[in-house]
Design a protein around this ligand. Structure first.
Ligand SMILES: C[S@@+](CC[C@H](N)C(=O)[O-])C[C@H]1O[C@@H](n2cnc3c(N)ncnc32)[C@H](O)[C@@H]1O
Length: 340
């Protein structure tokens, strides 16, 4: 049995204030389901004046690879008496990290938090065992300028997004194309109109890219598809069962008003969720999972759960993940599985 101490990335404290350790503990606990070893005694400890997340287990190297992807992992040590022996972390990192860190814009979902929700969702899905080496597909049906899509690319997956705001879709195309050119990675990127019953129903951004020349030659390409469309009106625009998991950060809104942070498109996250989930459901394969985050100051957790339950999803329980973002936003995470 080995004892471990995990140092959390300093940025986690900025994202979650004093709640970083609690969120990391909840995330680490979710990895238990895929580890070969039993992981026990997840807690916090101060070692040499620094806070660590500590745990025990006879971890295999694949177990270490799994937990290397913990969204706030910074460095891992095996505890040997009073000493700490570094253990190499091997996170999934198909591309340079600036794919994730460069984009900065109002309304962006924090990238570390996005990774946390993606992890919890993957781990709750039937694809959890393929997280490290599967060519999975992640759908973000409220994708903004692509934080989730970029994290999916980083994991070596394909990504599908839906975003109503054409400016966001154009900005995402520009970012990705510029980034790919700068990294000299082979790619194609096209934004084309999509017609439904003779009328222009949407625009579709299609990006094909490869992490290296050899990958490109071998046909080991990744695809990103972004539909500029209303996520509550997706009939016929995307293939059924396109995604293994769905991850979305709902519009934040504000209490008691019709104001929305993206131009009055939705009145409340729950209103949007109620209309959207029936459209999202067929896009996710059986055994797939949904991971949603939203502002509980404008929408109670029980009501969000009721919408998912009413659509036949099974709620996956975690240790509490609710946390304060700022004065107007308390964020929570809800993970659910598509069983039928
Ligand atoms: C909280 S933001 C998500 C931001 C995204 N995760 C990112 O980091 O860029 C919610 C997004 O949902 C989009 N949205 C709101 N209502 C929508 C609808 N009916 N159809 C599609 N997108 C919608 C908004 O334009 C906004 O970009």
């Amino acid at each position: 049995m080995s004892r471990y101490a995990l140092l959390l990335a300093p940025s986690a404290n900025r994202v979650y204030a004093d709640q970083a350790a609690r969120l990391a503990r909840a995330e680490l606990a979710a990895f238990r389901s895929v580890l070969a070893a039993d992981m026990s005694d997840i807690s916090d400890a101060i070692l040499g004046g620094v806070e660590y997340l500590t745990f025990e287990g006879a971890l295999t190297s694949r177990d270490i690879s799994y937990i290397s992807n913990l969204s706030s992992a910074y460095a891992l040590f095996a505890r040997e008496g009073d000493l700490l022996r570094p253990v190499e972390l091997t996170p999934l990192a198909r591309y340079d990290s600036d794919l994730i860190t460069i984009p900065k814009y109002a309304g962006k979902t924090n990238e570390q938090f996005t990774k946390l929700v993606l992890n919890l969702t993957l781990l709750a899905s039937a694809s959890a065992g393929r997280m490290l080496d599967g060519h999975l597909t992640v759908l973000d049906p409220l994708c903004g300028r692509g934080t989730t899509l970029n994290q999916a690319l980083m994991y070596g997956y394909d990504a599908v997004g839906v975003e109503i705001d054409g400016k966001d879709v154009e900005a995402y195309k520009l970012f990705l194309q510029t980034w790919l050119k700068r990294k000299r990675l082979k790619h194609t990127a096209d934004l084309v109109p999509v017609r439904r019953q003779g009328r222009r129903a949407a625009r579709r951004l299609e990006v094909t890219m490869a992490a290296s020349k050899d990958d490109h030659k071998a046909g080991a390409v990744q695809k990103v598809t972004v539909l500029q469309a209303d996520t509550t009106q997706l009939d016929g625009l995307l293939r059924g069962g396109v995604a293994d998991v769905l991850v979305a950060d709902l519009p934040y809104g504000v209490a008691h008003g019709s104001y929305d942070d993206h131009g009055g498109i939705t009145r409340s996250p729950l209103d949007l969720l109620e209309r959207a989930v029936p459209h999202w459901l067929p896009l996710v394969r059986r055994g797939g999972a949904f991971g949603l985050s939203w502002n509980t100051k404008v929408a109670r957790r029980e009501l969000a759960e009721d919408i998912l339950l009413a659509n036949g999803l099974e709620i996956v329980r975690h240790e509490p993940l609710a946390h304060r973002v700022d004065q107007g936003i308390e964020r929570d995470v809800l993970v659910a599985r598509k069983v039928g």
